[in-house]
Design a protein. Sequence first.
Length: 337
Amino acid sequence: MTNHTSLPRRHFLGRGLAASVLPAPALLGLLPGQAGAAQPWPARPIKWVVPFLAGTAPDTTARILHEAVARELGQPVIIENRGGVGGNLGARIVAKAAPDGYTWIYSSAPMAASMHMYKAPGYNALKDFQHVMGLTSSDIVLIVNAESNIRTLDDLLAQARQAPGKLDYASGGVGTPSHLGVELLLSAVQVRVTHVPYKGASEIVNAVMGRQVAFGAPIFSVAYSNIQAGKLRALAIAGARRNPKLPDVPTLAELGVRGVELTSWGGVSVPAGTPEPIVARMRAAFDKALRQPAVIAALEEQGGNVTPMDGARYREAFSKEMEVTAAMMKLTALEPM
């Protein structure tokens, strides 16, 4: 296939960004209202807000990790799904929560993208949160129904060019990597299709399998089981290299679309102002959980990559995501909602 175009490379997780997290000491935190008296943290159950629906990749990741982390901390970690407004609803709730270590959020790339995708997201992704650490990442994969007559990226582009705007695709919602990624791809190859937003990567998969849309671009971890089962066909991986679970599926770069590397990432954050001893103990608990073979196997079985980042590097991921989103919106002429 010929080289369609070349655009500035999109880096969610630069090669130097992922870093091992050194275990922090188990320190004591001060609980609000204790008049400065040192109290062990945690002393009661913790709420971990996932700002997406149950069954989505963030939800699955949190549920794989929360029991291992709870054992390290000695208190239950309760998952609470608060989906809505592209993840903004849950982010607003946590941004306003007490900075006492008892309310966490599963933070991810859409939280940073929302700073430019929405006129009033209701929070500041950098100022309102202490980003504890990054946990996992997953490439975006371009999929069609396994029975579709679209067998290659060239087939897809040919159909799109024959009937501009008639072909449609599913995203996980406005501002998600699946939305911005496809728009960047379309801009690169200069074709026009119709965007149909859904609520998360699992709904992308269902829409493509149900032939409600022609194609979609979910994160690999959500699509993999149905690709493996023969219900979906993978056209391309939007990562820097082929995924070892699907070694025969080429990258977009190999197919001539250069500079479109798309990776979704996620981690854990808390309200700004949370005491550093609490943050340090959280980081140590998550780091230990991510080293457990059973946890690693469960995350990789879902198609995810274990890519721990310390707090500074995870905050840097947010900053870079915001910069990239602004550039992509300008490039694709998208307007904030």
